[in-house]
Design a binder for this molecule. Structure first.
Ligand SMILES: Cc1ncc(COP(=O)(O)O)c(C=O)c1O
Length: 402
């Protein structure tokens, strides 16, 4: 007999992640998946991780197998300081770093610490689905801010803030994936980075920069994180988060937040309550791995492979989709192409036909939290091989263009 449990109010409307549901289909061997943002498995540095694991067990087994500090293992935090320096943020104080169990936990913790039911969160339109899922679980009201190829439109953001003010409301925070957005692939321009910070500081609204993809740039000049432009006035309003998932391995489940001083305490308490600390074993292994310098050697290949896959997908789309049937912006990095089909096309309704044809994508409607737009789709080029990309785009065209 099915039982009805007295779930919390917050769980009553919770939906499973559409992407994770789709990924269940994607494991079928006959399906070519453009759905998940999974790193290319051929890029995992298995030898490097094996050596770092052996070293850790040989020389630091107690540290790795014992409980550890909530904020993270010092040796791993030191390595994060190095990663951040390379990204243009030098001398980050260790006390401002909170190691998380993937950046997904960072999203959850900031929501837990900041949000009461009904609070407003401003997100990109389209927005990262699993962040939307978290904010909705904390019963936030989501408002989308229009995006284009240069990322979040800061004029539209100001308009949203003004509109809220007119209703006597204000947003608790702005959440952005400013570099190689998920799903948009868009990157916030330099001018908008500065503008976004200026707005956050002026309006005293926290800006959450989620940056999982910036290492994966395969064309154009690199743009430092939004957080790197924050001066004394802006810094208290910026939370930065990143992860090893997309350029080392998601299985490690290691991410980090860089917090303004006043948020370190609350976030650490929330983290303690959630899981005491992230895996000490994985932090020690990751620290050892990063120490060896193997990553710097591996990164050029990682970028090159994703660049080739992105190009292969764009070429195949040009070849298989007649002009006017599918538009997309060419990304300079990351894992995604964001496609727009003609008005009136419903990509959600077409998923089953795509699955029947042996290919899967994520319908765009799922990425719009506050309105319905049916004619978009997200295609990831990261996981399939070049041959699968060509074959999969052919299948996609046959399925959705009939
Ligand atoms: C924008 C964004 N944020 C966070 C995550 C979660 O990554 P992690 O594996 O670090 O939890 C992802 C993963 O796809 C992502 O695309």
């Amino acid at each position: 007999m099915a039982r009805v449990y007295a779930l919390s109010n917050r769980m009553k409307h919770a939906k499973p992640s559409f992407v994770r549901e789709i990924l269940k289909v994607a494991v079928r061997p006959d399906i070519i998946s453009f759905a998940g943002g999974l790193p290319a498995p051929e890029l995992f540095d298995v030898d490097g991780v094996r050596a770092a694991t052996a070293e850790t067990l040989e020389h630091n087994s107690t540290g790795a197998l014992q409980y550890g500090p909530t904020d993270g293992v010092a040796a791993f935090k030191q390595q994060i300081v190095g990663v951040m320096a390379r990204r243009g943020m030098a001398d980050i104080a260790l006390e401002r770093i909170l190691v998380t169990t993937g950046s997904q936990q960072g999203i959850d913790l900031i929501a837990k610490v900041m949000l009461d039911p009904g609070d407003v969160v401003l997100v990109e339109r389209p927005a990262y689905l699993a962040a939307v899922q978290v904010f909705e679980l904390y019963e936030a009201q989501l408002r989308g801010v229009e995006c284009d190829a240069d990322g979040m439109n800061t004029d539209a953001l100001e308009a949203q803030i003004a509109d809220l003010r007119a209703r006597g409301e204000r947003a608790k925070f702005i959440y952005t994936v400013a570099t190689f957005g998920n799903p948009s692939g868009a990157t916030l321009s330099l001018e908008r980075r500065q503008k976004l910070l200026e707005i956050a500081a002026r309006e005293e609204i926290l800006l959450i920069e989620d940056d999982p993809y910036s290492e994966l740039r395969f064309s154009g000049d690199s743009l430092p994180p939004v957080a790197s432009f924050a001066g004394e006035r802006e810094s208290p309003w910026v939370v930065y988060m990143s992860t090893l998932s997309k350029f080392v391995a998601p299985g490690l489940r290691l991410g980090w937040m860089i917090l303004p001083e006043g948020l370190v305490g609350p976030l650490t308490i929330a983290k303690q309550a959630a899981d005491l600390h992230s895996s000490t074993f994985n932090q020690h292994v990751a620290a050892k791995y990063l120490e060896t310098g193997r990553l710097e050697a591996a990164l050029p290949r990682i970028r090159e492979v994703y660049g080739r896959k992105a190009q292969a997908m764009m070429n195949a789309l040009h070849a298989h989709f007649p002009t006017g049937t599918l538009e997309f912006n060419a990304p300079s990095g990351g894992m995604f192409l964001w496609g727009k089909m003609a008005d009136g096309v419903d990509t959600l309704a077409l998923v089953q036909r795509a699955v029947d044809a042996g290919v899967i994508y994520v319908p765009g409607a799922t990425f719009f939290p506050d309105e319905r737009r049916a004619n978009y789709l997200r295609l990831s080029f990261a996981t399939p091989s070049l041959e699968q990309i060509e074959e999969g785009v052919g299948r996609l065209a046959r399925a959705v263009l009939d």
